[in-house]
Every structure is written in structure tokens, then in C-alpha cells.
Design a protein around this ligand. Structure first.
Ligand code: AMW
Length: 149
């Protein structure tokens, strides 16, 4: 059964972790290799809307997933970010945590990643021809799923 992400339906084939309250899936338009998303299963809009059990489960998933993607994608650090509300750059009205593996020199100015993150899925940058193919996303999800068996 598909998972809800705001108005989007996420196929189980592009998700790689599901718990009682959360799920993780690959990004159709990653800012860096291994840029993935972790969400509550319940489509709550803002971080403040989560109950404590959801916060706890969500962040436990974030910790597990971030460890895996840093290793799998050869990162040496991580950017972990929530754009909480439209004025903070949130485009999908469903709480989600961005996890981005980082490497030395991946951005000339380190904090530039936040600017890119804010814009990467807006306007003309978010046309379907800029999304990855479903096959590519499924391959990536399959390679990450192995870490959680
Ligand atoms: W936000 O700008 O709301 O903090 O981030 C939304 C993120 O979700 C973006 O990184 C975007 O590429 C990603 N995204 C949106 N819809 C989908 C989808 N159907 N499958 C995978 N990733 C998605």
C-alpha cells in the first residue's frame, strides 16, 4: 500500500524503512547523493503537530537513517534539516526531515546548502523532467533497505 506524503503517494518500492509511526524514502530530486527524507506516517503538517511518541520515533529513525546514508554514500558529516512551514521553505505540507550526507568541499561555502535546499524543489527547478526516474529511485531504496533487515 502506498504511503502518504502530503498530497503525494509514495510507493513502497522507493521507501526503505517503515516503523509503527514513521517511514523513510529516497528523494526524487536530491540536492546531494544520498539526500533522503524521513516522515511521520500520519500526515501532520507542522512539527508542533506531532505527539511525543511521533517525535521520538521520527528522530530515532533519523538517527538510524543518517548513520546509514553517511556510510553508504561515503560522507564524513551530515546536514539534518526540517523546513517547518512555508516561510521556512516547506513545499510539502507534511512534516519531513531532510538528511544529506556531506563531504569536505561539496559546497564552496558550507551553509550554501540551505539556500540550495530551499530552492531545489520550487518553480521551474521542480518540473518532472528534473526528477530522477522511478527505476533509479527504486534501485537506491533497495540498496538502503538492506541495512534495516
Ligand atoms: W520541503 O521543500 O517541503 O522541506 O522538501 C520536500 C522534499 O520532498 C524535496 O526534497 C522534494 O524533492 C521531495 N519530494 C517531493 N515529492 C516527492 C516524491 N513524490 N517523491 C520523492 N521526493 C519527493
Amino acid at each position: 500500500m502506498s504511503l502518504q506524503f502530503g498530497k503525494n503517494l509514495i510507493k513502497p518500492s522507493v521507501s526503505f524503512l517503515k516503523t509503527d509511526l514513521s517511514f523513510a524514502f529516497v528523494n526524487r530530486k536530491p540536492v546531494v547523493p544520498g539526500h533522503v527524507l524521513v516522515c511521520p506516517l500520519r500526515p501532520a503538517e507542522r512539527f508542533r503537530d506531532l505527539i511525543p511518541e511521533e517525535v521520538s520515533d521520527l528522530f530515532s529513525c533519523v538517527q538510524r537513517v543518517s548513520n546509514v546514508v553517511e556510510t553508504h554514500f561515503g560522507g564524513t558529516s551530515l546536514t539534518i534539516s526540517i523546513q517547518d512551514g512555508p516561510d521556512a521553505g516547506q513545499t510539502v505540507s507534511h512534516v519531513h526531515v531532510h538528511i544529506l550526507p556531506r563531504k569536505a568541499g561539496d559546497f564552496k561555502q558550507n551553509d550554501k546548502i540551505y539556500e540550495v535546499l530551499e530552492k531545489h524543489d520550487r518553480g521551474s527547478q521542480n518540473s518532472p523532467d528534473k526528477w530522477r526516474s522511478e527505476e533509479e529511485m527504486e534501485r537506491e531504496a533497495a540498496s538502503l533497505r538492506k541495512y534495516f533487515c
